[in-house]
Design a protein around this ligand. Structure first.
Ligand code: NAD
Length: 499
């Protein structure tokens, strides 16, 4: 069986006795195993990063950008193989796996502009003979810890800006789909980055704790579930590190009475069930405003769901594939039962779905609940599966209140033709990313990504200029060059001012 190793100092590195199977969720059986590192593995990765980083940071930014351009070209050339491998470990359909890689490539493309992004500010004549300028310098060694659900995009959100601005990086990918991150590290090496600039350490909590505690690691980016995001954030921040930790989500889609219902249903379907609902920007809650909207929406959803095709990752006709693991499938089924027990109306039950020839795969049919209420635990918590909950509201204010009071605040959408309603919704709602007739409002690579409340701990978002800010620190220089003529002899004991 294939063994997925660490990638440290440009080499494949075995290490330690601990290993864990990597499953194919389509088949429900292991297809490989991954080594699990520990504090010693992290120490090795830090040593490789420490050796590589100063020369990488000293290289002029345009040359570093050329490496990033080549890295992008190499990933594009391998797109098909990478997407198939990714899909076989995650379970998403291959076309969606290509999207996962493409969204990462978008960030890579943005940071190819590193020479421009790194330019500081300059003021000539801030005082007599005084000029002020600032520069952005890399932090040194940074690390990223990523979830299973975007094994290409999220590592690239982090490592692309970190490396382009001159840091060395240690990535701890999800142990459930670790192959693509290793291949990314190999391709960066092939693109011309020195060995040790990007290291991949496989593992679980042991590695996470060792990264968070390591005194030479200056910044950590984490994406995963909220409890772990908060734990990692607290532990790293207490140690004085720069931290950005993104957590879970429960995004609401508000459907106004004037919405184009056919378009809205089309959008909601893809956003709720695409990738089997395993996206932090999925739309698992839909909020029709008014009883007439609710009835019309429900009828259309029932019809549309009947046309969904659940299939293996390689089925080009499938809308979505299996969920990632047997444990996750059981967890989602548990939430469906909880919804029933709490009194929600189960309109379509996705449990018990079986795909012929793949009976052991982790497949779930689409589930639809109506008359879900905000006091239900199945509403308050993240399910992360192909389950859509309808929560009826009587007014826009009530809908805004639902999304704003929810503990998560990642994304939200409104479907309407009314500009005034959309504008007040976008302004008032307490959520980090808003879509107006856009169901999955993941910002483009030159803006930045981040949720509010339990969806994000720390103050800088992923990628865009926030990514550049997160992985650099600003140094500001105030300089005065003596003029020719007699030296100034006056002394001053008051704080200098420009008055
Ligand atoms: P997870 O929290 O289980 O794992 C994330 C990372 O943390 C993994 O690398 C894992 O190895 C590590 N980890 C797991 N348990 C740990 C522990 N006890 N201590 C330290 N580290 C630990 O998340 P997941 O199941 O891989 O991913 C799904 C979650 O990620 C969902 O909640 C989803 O909403 C969230 N997510 C959020 C965003 C976002 O940007 N807000 C994006 C994608 C996914």
């Amino acid at each position: 069986m294939r063994t997925i190793l660490h990638h440290i100092g440009g080499q494949a590195v075995d290490g330690g006795a601990r290993r864990q199977p990597v499953f194919d969720p389509n088949l429900g059986r292991p297809q490989a195993e991954v080594v699990l590192g520990d504090a010693d593995t992290v120490e090795r990765a830090v040593a490789a990063a420490r050796q590589a980083q100063p020369a990488w940071a000293a290289m002029n930014p345009q040359r570093r950008a050329r490496v990033m351009f080549e890295f992008k070209r190499l990933i594009e050339a391998e797109m098909d193989t990478l997407a198939e491998r990714l899909a076989s470990e995650h379970g998403k359909v291959v076309s969606d796996a290509r999207g996962d890689i493409q969204r990462g490539l978008d960030v890579l493309e943005f940071v190819c502009g590193a020479p421009h992004l790194l330019k500081g500010e300059h003021t000539v004549g801030a005082g007599p003979g005084i000029d002020v300028y600032s520069m952005r310098q890399p932090l040194g060694i940074c690390a990223g810890i990523t979830p299973f659900n975007f094994p290409a995009m999220i590592p690239l959100w982090m490592l692309a800006p970190a490396i382009a601005v001159g840091n060395a990086f240690i990535l701890k990918p999800s142990e459930r789909d670790p192959s693509v991150p290793v291949r990314l590290a190999e391709l960066l090496l092939e693109a011309g980055a020195p060995a040790g600039v990007l290291n991949v350490v496989q593992g679980d909590k042991l590695v996470v704790d060792a990264l968070v505690d390591h005194p030479e690691i200056k910044a950590i980016s984490f994406v995963g579930s909220s409890d772990i995001a908060q734990y990692v954030y607290g532990r790293g921040a207490a140690a004085g590190k720069r931290m950005q930790c993104m957590g879970g989500a429960k995004n609401h889609g508000v459907v106004m009475p004037d919405a184009d219902l056919d378009q809205a249903v089309n959008d909601i379907l893809g956003a709720a069930y695409g990738s089997a609902g395993e996206r932090c920007m999925a739309l698992p809650v839909v909020v029709p405003v008014g009883e007439a909207t609710a009835a019309a929406l429900r009828a259309r959803l029932v019809d549309a769901i009947a046309g969904l095709r659940v299939g293996v990752s390689t089925d080009p006709e499938a809308h979505y594939g299996p969920v990632v693991s047997a444990a996750h499938k059981a967890r989602v089924e548990g939430y469906i039962q909880l919804g029933v027990d709490e009194g929600a109306e189960l309109v379509i039950d996705g449990r018990g779905f079986q795909l012929q020839g793949h009976e052991e795969g982790y497949f779930l049919g689409p589930t639809l609940f109506d008359r879900v209420t905000s006091d239900m635990r199945s509403y308050q918590e993240e399910i992360f599966g192909p389950v859509l909950q309808v929560v009826r509201a009587q007014s826009l204010e009530e809908a805004v209140g639902l999304a704003s009071r929810h503990p998560y605040g990642n994304g939200v959408a409104i479907f309407t033709r009314d500009g005034e309603a959309a504008r007040s919704f976008a302004t008032d709602v307490e959520v980090g990313m808003v879509g107006i007739n856009v169901p999955i409002p993941v910002p483009v690579s030159y803006h930045s990504f981040g949720g509010w409340k339990r969806s994000g701990f720390g103050d800088l978002n992923q990628y865009g200029m926030d990514g550049v800010r997160f992985y650099t620190r600003t140094k500001t220089v105030t300089q005065r060059w003596p003029r020719s003529g007699p030296a100034a002899t006056d002394q001053s004991f008051v704080i200098p001012t420009m008055a």
